[in-house]
Design a protein around this ligand. Structure first.
Ligand SMILES: Cc1ncc(COP(=O)(O)O)c(C=O)c1O
Length: 355
């Protein structure tokens, strides 16, 4: 059977044999009692990498963002975030459902930034009528905005605004290492002045489960309590942490390769008549392209072309899988497990699809 080339997301990666070995030989204990040596090692290492005081292992990026926002924002307060932020679009409204946090969405530009002036103007004045602004959150890299990396300078500017107004800055850094590699910057410089950061082990770093939240000791103390309340206290979580440690020690180089593959894929798509891509936007492992012909939704594309099946929002073109993000727009994500040959095969199939 030929290989499924799965370009839906970098979350589909499977652990390598070496990672599986690290998992089976992990030293374990009860992490809810603070006694799992692998978890403790991972949390300390993550905090050091991010130059923060402490870290906290959580099961997912979604929980990392939720725990962080619940820690920064009391019920009825407001958080400023982008209208394309993962937390706003894809996290089931958790900050509102579980935290009573009011969201103030500002427009995300195509590079994932939010206009600085708009952020300043969105901070509420102290008045009985308004919810109190408690935090700002940014996403780096920005998933829905072409996987764009935000620069350290931009992050510092937003941190300055937050602190001048006595509010907190959280970064959803699910792919912060992709941002750091893309800009060739040490990752700690991507979170200078940031009060909390969540980064994912289970995306480009290709661990099976887990994210880490980093921040001050005081923040992590309260975040740990919120994690427990959400049911995220895990017992022998060293099983997960061992994979995460393996990722941080061995998988960073993979991210560079993923970016090169995305660029090659994009360059190939750019050559295919009928597909439209902006090469300027390809900075990391996420790329979006448009289908020119007839402004089609996936279903229509299926009718017009052969060898293509459609599931809700998902395309299976021969043995290549990817997402339809909105009518006429498709997303491909490169990751561990995608090799040169897969790029060639994908381009061949896309070419056949439109021509
Ligand atoms: C930018 C961003 N933040 C957060 C998440 C949530 O991560 P998880 O799927 O681990 O909950 C994702 C998942 O794709 C993401 O892309």
């Amino acid at each position: 059977m030929s290989k499924i080339i799965d370009l839906r997301s970098d979350t589909v990666t499977l652990p390598s044999n070496e990672m599986r070995k690290a998992i089976t030989s992990a030293k374990l204990g009860d992490d809810v009692f603070g006694e799992d040596p692998s978890v403790n090692e991972l949390e300390e290492k993550a905090a050091k990498i991010m130059c923060k005081e402490a870290g906290l292992l959580v099961p997912s990026g979604t929980m990392g963002n939720l725990v962080s926002i619940l820690t920064h924002c009391a019920r009825g307060t407001e958080i400023i975030l982008g209208d394309k932020a993962h937390t706003f679009v894809f996290e089931a409204g958790g900050i509102s459902a579980f935290g009573g946090v009011h969201s103030r969405q500002l427009k995300n530009e195509t590079d994932g930034t939010i206009n600085i002036q708009e952020i300043k103007s969105a901070i509420r004045m102290d008045n009985d009528h308004f919810p109190k602004t408690a935090a700002i959150t940014l996403e780096n890299t920005h998933n829905l905005c072409n996987g764009s990396p935000l620069t350290p300078e931009y992050i510092k500017d937003v941190a300055q605004i937050a602190h001048d107004n006595d509010i907190k800055l959280h970064v959803d850094g699910a792919r912060i290492f992709n941002a750091a590699v893309s800009l060739d910057v040490d990752v700690k410089n991507m979170v200078t002045g940031v009060d909390s950061i969540t980064f994912c082990l289970s995306k480009g770093l290709s661990a099976p489960i887990g994210s880490v939240v980093c921040g001050s000791k005081e923040f992590i103390y309260q975040a740990r309590r919120n994690r427990k309340a959400l049911g995220g206290g895990m017992r022998q979580a060293g099983i997960i942490a061992a994979a995460g440690l393996f990722s941080l020690n061995n998988m960073l180089e993979q991210i560079r390769e993923d970016h090169e593959n995305a660029l090659r894929l994009a360059a190939g798509i750019n050559e295919i008549e009928g597909l439209v891509i902006d090469l300027e936007n390809i900075k990391t492992n996420i790329l979006y392209f448009d289908f020119e012909k007839g402004k089609a939704r996936g279903e229509e594309l299926a009718r017009q072309t052969k060898n293509i099946e459609i599931y809700p929002c998902e395309i299976a073109l021969n043995n290549i899988r990817f997402f339809e993000s909105k009518p006429n727009r498709f997303r491909l994500v490169t990751h561990y497990g995608i090799i040169d040959d897969d790029i060639e095969k994908t381009l061949e199939s896309l070419n056949k699809m439109v021509n």
